[in-house]
Design a protein around this ligand. Structure first.
Ligand SMILES: NC(=O)c1ccc[n+]([C@@H]2O[C@H](COP(=O)([O-])OP(=O)(O)OC[C@H]3O[C@@H](n4cnc5c(N)ncnc54)[C@H](OP(=O)(O)O)[C@@H]3O)[C@@H](O)[C@H]2O)c1
Length: 338
């Protein structure tokens, strides 16, 4: 009895510490789940049956593009993966065809080479006579030196804007004969930080800054979307152009950074916690695909599956949208634009 009386207080302190410990762990887990849910952001609210729809996804072999393709084939779409690397493109197609046989095919497209863009458009049009949705997703970010594309553009604006600009224009004849067509341009929140130097778009006479060049290319995606929608409206076309920021997503976009292979595994646990998964990063694109056509807000910028204000009013003007369009027509040597 005495012994029991002696040990009781110690036992109760021990069990109290244990419960505090478990309570702490439970709170930490709940907080982590809440944090992760918050980081992952919005989710597609509903899905459409995409059977009989043809959808092109540029850069569909990795990251946000690949996750987008997975959802599209699950929901019945015929997907054309437009990427520059045959092996990586074919590997992705093989994975997609495991989800649904014959759901996708690879077609070579190098957005940094306008000849390749023209060849892709011809190949696509020789096989398909409709295009329900064009997802201009491919992109490169913060290339360290001012590399020029084959056609002499700074590589980020060349790939992210001029390549997609030409592609969209060349596919316009199949788009316009498809009722309720959509063009979804994957831009970025990075559009907020800089501006576009229209007098020296390729940094020929201005010191090159890798993030300023990325920002300019993502501003161009938004200006392109706005002008595209204006043209659809003027022609009374039943088409919608939308742009979006996918969130900050754990993908290969920064894989060319120095020491990436060493630094990334070290930072991976933090990235796992604080960055969106590629699947979460695809949600806003998918929302724009699955949203009822009439509810989709044309010409607008989406974030986390909802329309969101852009944040660079000085650069995102009607005049700049027109200026970029006219400049792009000349620079990609387009005989007839939309
Ligand atoms: N990840 C983010 O946090 C984030 C944030 C905001 C916006 N974004 C935008 O999201 C889009 C998708 O990026 P991601 O994060 O998914 O990166 P990612 O995993 O690196 O995917 C980029 C895709 O673009 C393709 N690509 C690059 N250059 C190309 C070219 N010249 N021709 C054709 N395809 C080309 C890549 O093909 P290869 O496999 O051949 O390289 C790859 O499939 C980009 O437009 C990016 O700017 C991403």
């Amino acid at each position: 009895m005495n012994q029991e009386a002696d040990t009781h207080p110690i036992g109760s302190t021990h069990s109290c510490c244990c419960s505090l410990y478990y309570y702490g762990v439970a709170v930490a887990i709940i907080l982590l789940i809440i944090l992760k849910k918050w980081v992952n952001g919005g989710k597609v609210s509903k899905r459409r049956d995409l059977s009989n729809e043809v959808i092109i996804v540029t850069g569909g072999n990795s990251g946000i593009g690949f996750e987008t393709c997975k959802d599209l084939v699950r929901n019945g779409a015929q997907v054309v993966l437009a990427t520059r690397n045959q092996q990586r493109g074919q590997n992705a197609v093989n994975e997609l065809n495991k989800i649904r046989p014959n759901s996708s095919e690879f077609m070579k497209l190098d957005l940094s080479d306008l000849t390749s863009v023209r060849m892709f458009a011809n190949e696509f049009k020789s096989k398909y006579n409709k295009l329900n949705c064009l997802i201009n997703n491919a992109g490169i970010m913060a290339i360290f030196t001012c590399v020029l594309t084959k056609d002499g553009f700074e590589s980020q604006i060349g790939t992210n804007h001029f390549g997609h600009f030409l592609l969209t224009n060349l596919l316009f004849d199949v788009l316009k004969q498809t009722p309720q067509f959509r063009i979804i341009n994957v831009s970025s929140r990075a559009h907020q930080r800089h501006s576009i130097n229209f007098d020296d778009i390729n940094f020929s006479n201005t010191p090159y800054q890798k993030f300023a060049a990325y920002s300019a290319s993502k501003l161009a995606n938004i200006l392109f979307t706005q002008e595209l929608q204006k043209k659809f409206d003027a022609k009374k076309l039943n088409g919608k152009a939308i742009c979006l920021h996918p969130g900050v997503v754990r993908t290969e976009l920064a894989s060319h950074f120095p020491y990436y292979n060493i630094v990334y595994p070290i930072l991976y646990p933090i990235a796992l916690l604080l960055l969106k998964s590629p699947e979460a990063g695809a949600q806003t694109t998918l929302q724009c695909v699955h949203e009822d056509f009439n509810n989709l807000e044309s010409g607008k910028y989406y974030v986390d599956c909802k329309v969101h204000p852009t944040n660079n009013k000085k650069t995102l003007t009607v005049q700049n949208a027109e200026r970029l369009w006219d400049m792009s027509v000349k620079l990609v040597k387009l005989e007839q634009s939309i």
